[in-house]
Design a protein around this ligand. Structure first.
Ligand code: ADP
Length: 160
C-alpha cells in the first residue's frame, strides 16, 4: 500500500526550512503532496498560482512530491483526496501551542487524521516566510534562506 501525506501551508514563499521538512517527510512516506493554502481573507505577497509555480520549479525532479492548492478546510481536502496524514514542521516550542490547537481541531473534524510533526535542521529554526518577506522588501539578500529561484523571484517582486 502506498502511503501518502499532505504538507499544507502558505508557502509565501517556500523557504529552505520548508524544503528541509519536505525532504524528511519523503524519507518516511512514499508520496507527499505539498498543498498551498488559498486563504481569501489574507493578502499574501505571492498569489496562489505564483506560490504553486515556485514550489513546482524548486521541487522539479522529485518524483514523489506533488504540488497542489486548496481552499477551505484542510480536512475537506484530505477527505476528498482520501489521505489521513498531515505533516507540519515544528521549529521551536513557540510553534507548539498553535500546532496543537489546529491538530486537535482537525482531529475533531476528521477523527482519522494524524498529524506528524517533524523538526528541521537547527539552522532553520529561526526561519519563517514572513521574515523572508520583510527582509526582501528592504532589499536584503535572501540567497542563504530560500532556493535561488525564489531569491530571484523576490528580487524581481521588490525591484523599485
Ligand atoms: P511560515 O510559518 O514560515 O509562514 P507556512 O505557513 O507556510 O510558513 O508553514 C507551513 C508549515 O511549515 C508549518 O507547519 C510551519 O511550522 C512549517 N515551517 C515553516 N518554516 C519552517 C522552518 N524554517 N522549519 C521547519 N518548519 C517550518
Amino acid at each position: 500500500m502506498i502511503k501518502t501525506a499532505v504538507y499544507p501551508g502558505s508557502f509565501d514563499p517556500v523557504t529552505n526550512g520548508h524544503l528541509d521538512i519536505i525532504k524528511r517527510a519523503c524519507n518516511i512516506f512514499d508520496r507527499l503532496i505539498v498543498a498551498v493554502l488559498v486563504n481569501p481573507n489574507k493578502r499574501p505577497l505571492f498569489g496562489a498560482d505564483e506560490r504553486v509555480k515556485m514550489l513546482k520549479t524548486v521541487l522539479k525532479g522529485n518524483r514523489n512530491v506533488h504540488v497542489d492548492c486548496f481552499e477551505g478546510l484542510l480536512v475537506d481536502y484530505l477527505r476528498k483526496k482520501k489521505i489521513n496524514v498531515v505533516i507540519r514542521g515544528l521549529r521551536a516550542v513557540s510553534d507548539l501551542e498553535y500546532e496543537f490547537q489546529i491538530g486537535h481541531i482537525n482531529r475533531s473534524l476528521y477523527p482519522r487524521v494524524e498529524t506528524v510533526f517533524l523538526m528541521p535542521s537547527e539552522k532553520y529554526v529561526y526561519l519563517t516566510a514572513s521574515i523572508v518577506r520583510e527582509v526582501s522588501a528592504l532589499g536584503g539578500d535572501m540567497r542563504s534562506f530560500v532556493p535561488g529561484h525564489v531569491a530571484r523571484t523576490l528580487k524581481i517582486k521588490f525591484r523599485k
